[in-house]
Design a protein around this ligand. Structure first.
Ligand code: TPP
Ligand code: DXP
Ligand code: MG
Length: 618
């Protein structure tokens, strides 16, 4: 029963509740989140961990003037529930429903759109400066996880914000977990702080004592400030955050509401950047998630009583992981790199089998790529497995630290194409276009498991320089029984001399095959050209498509600068004067299931058929 929750229509309503009632409210929120995620899927464990913290934030800060900036944003369900979206939370991550992440277009309470990690300090600091410049009142708070703190951008933010002369609050939500266990020296450092709370705790008291030093004339003030800094050094070990200009307070129990409210009230009154170190339990309140937070980080719908999901079976990621193990067994130079996505990219088996050649570098895609460049320069064969959307972070490194070096780095680009319910921030729709700009790169786009294996063989042993194999989230789509992948740069399907040619790549090939059958019933014959290697496009394939005189190109990727546009350029260069129609993606794609999105984009078989029936000219 949502007795209390039903009385909360905006964060202001929290003021009416006693501490005991606030705890009761947290229970109701937890129940709602568990129920919602068990239906829709979503990020359960991270959300359960920050219920008290979010309630405390909305209790202390004004929803009118103050801004909370979430990092990654996968943990903002309580925030959504408290900010007028209680009744629509059931629609989260579904088509036309709430986004799984904060979104400025969805609510005025969402200060910044997010989905990628480590942006919150920079964004919040930008907002704080805008407030200062425009004279707007209000506090700005960044809430960042210990995993997100492994991303370099977070340090760029800290570095910049540390010298701010006003209140600016960073809350570090430390649950020892990224998706998997958090890794790296910062994780070790936070563990050190956690195990010696008293060591750092004294500081708060010292600080306030020092701050109570009387106000004095300029020279004496200067002397006292210097002495204060020296005294601080002598009295306690400062944390890295203090060395970067923040006042550090903590660690605090992130499930103790009373304490959190107190700490936040105090932090609000400090005219300086403040870092509050809060300890939480990922998955708090749902035993299955507490015991296995990795499995309940991002989860599909599940049974609340047993904590079980439908069996996932094999998918592109798991097959990639197995393929890579097989290849690494034969070749000791092969190394695997992940940027905190060991499970998602299918590398758990590789990590166990080849611990010495497995590198989880944290949420640090830029570093992952440059690190791969270094490994390659040292004679290894690095395979950098990164989701398409997160590889956007590594564009400069692909050019500067791999391609220009003329080293052999292979990218395993997972989640290429439309990903479904994560929505706009996570769609893998840009990689084909941005990789196509890199000189001498080779990019494969397999549609089936056998092609995935062949593509990696080629990338690792036939290509020079940088290469990439990109494949979608989940499983392959329909494969006609009479289609055989040859392993060549392109394959064809359907009759020679057909009325028109469909050119496509990746899983859209399956939809094209279905479209071919439907169009046959309408008296239109189709031949399909399936590009296996999308960069560089094979010269023969351009001539083969041109011969048809009527070309429809379908692309599950951004149109601007994409493969389709490039293909049309190659056709024009070859003197082609026939028909060319291109359908690709021209805007950000909102959350929905993958099939719903492809349908809305006109990229499923029905969309292809409709376009051809409308635009085909004999
Ligand atoms: C640039 C980028 N890389 C990878 C991810 C995938 N990812 C989402 S959440 C997450 C772990 C975040 O850990 P933390 O910040 O500690 O939050 P927690 O889930 O523990 O609450 C990762 C790796 C991402 N969102 N953005
Ligand atoms: C929040 C985030 O960025 C990841 O948890 C992402 O949602 C994972 O997506 P997959 O479910 O495709 O692995
Ligand atoms: Mg964490």
């Amino acid at each position: 029963m949502d007795n209390l929750l039903n009385t909360i229509n905006s964060p202001e309503d929290l003021q009416k509740l006693s501490l005991d009632e606030l705890y009761e409210l947290c229970d109701e929120i937890r129940e709602k989140i568990i129920k919602t995620v068990s239906n829709n899927g979503g990020h359960l464990a991270s959300n359960l961990g920050v219920v008290e913290l979010t309630v405390a934030l909305h209790r202390v800060f004004s929803s009118k003037d103050d801004k909370i900036v979430w990092d990654v944003g996968h943990q903002a369900y309580t925030h959504k529930i408290l900010t007028g979206r209680r009744d629509s939370i059931a629609t989260i991550r579904t088509k036309d429903g709430l986004s799984g992440y904060p979104n400025r277009m969805e609510s005025e309470y969402d200060a910044f759109n997010v989905g990628h990690s480590s942006t919150s300090i920079s964004a919040a600091f930008g907002i704080a400066n805008a407030k200062l410049l425009s004279g707007e009142p209000g506090h700005v708070i960044s809430l960042i996880g210990d995993g997100a703190l492994t991303g370099g951008l977070a340090y760029e933010g800290l570095n910049n914000a540390g010298r701010f002369k006003k209140n600016f609050i960073v809350i570090l939500n430390d649950n020892k977990m990224s998706i998997s266990r958090n890794v790296g020296s910062m994780a070790r450092y936070l563990a050190h702080i956690r195990t010696k709370p008293g060591y750092f705790k004294a500081k708060g008291n010292i600080e306030s004592a020092l701050n109570r030093l009387p106000h004095v004339g300029k020279p004496l003030h200067h002397f006292l400030s210097k002495s204060k800094a020296a005294l601080k050094q002598i009295l306690y070990n400062s944390t890295i955050f203090e060395d970067m200009g923040f006042y550090y307070y903590g660690p605090f129990d992130g499930h103790d509401l009373g304490k959190l409210i107190d700490v936040l009230e105090n932090a609000k009154n400090i005219n300086h950047p403040v870092l509050l170190h809060v300890l939480t339990c990922k998955g708090k309140g749902y035993p299955f998630a507490e015991q296995n937070p990795g499995a309940f980080h991002g989860i599909s719908s599940f049974d609340i009583k047993t904590g079980k999901t439908a069996p996932a079976g094999e998918n592109f990621s798991s097959v990639f992981g197995n393929n890579l193990c097989a290849l690494a067994n034969k070749d000791e130079r092969i190394c695997a790199i992940t940027a905190a996505m060991q499970m998602g990219t299918g590398l758990v088996g590789f990590a166990k089998q080849f611990p010495g050649r497995f590198f989880d570098v944290g949420i640090a895609e830029e570093h992952a790529v440059t690190f791969a460049g270094g490994l390659a320069a040292g004679g290894m064969l690095p395979v950098c497995a990164i989701y398409s959307t997160f590889l956007q972070r590594g564009y400069d490194q692909i050019i500067h630290d791999a391609a220009i070096q003329r080293v052999k780095v292979t990218f395993a680009i997972d989640r290429a194409g439309v990903v479904g319910d994560d929505g706009e921030t996570h769609q893998g729709i840009f990689d084909a276009a941005f990789l196509n700009t890199v000189p001498n790169i080779t990019v494969y786009s397999p549609a089936f498991y056998d092609e995935l294996y062949t593509s990696f063989q080629k990338a690792l042993y036939e290509c020079e320089g940088v290469s990439a194999v990109r494949y979608p989230r989940g499983k392959p789509m329909f494969k006609p029984f009479d289609f055989v992948s040859t392993g060549k740069a392109y394959d064809t399907y359907g009759q020679n001399g057909a009325d028109l040619v469909i050119v496509t790549y990746g899983r859209l090939f399956s939809f094209a095959c279905k479209a071919l059958s439907s169009l046959r019933e309408s008296g239109i014959s189709v031949r399909i050209i399936k590009l296996n290697r999308i960069t560089p496009v094979d010269t023969d394939v351009v001539a083969e498509a041109a011969a048809a005189g009527n070309i429809f190109f379908f692309e599950e990727g951004i149109q601007q600068g994409g493969i389709g546009e490039h293909f049309s350029f190659l056709l024009a260069q070859s003197g082609y004067r026939g028909e060319f129609r291109l359908r690709a993606i021209t805007n950000f794609v909102p959350h929905a299931t993958m099939l719903q999105s492809l349908s809305s984009l006109g990229l499923d078989d029905k969309g292809m058929v409709n376009m051809i029936l409308t635009e085909y000219k004999k």
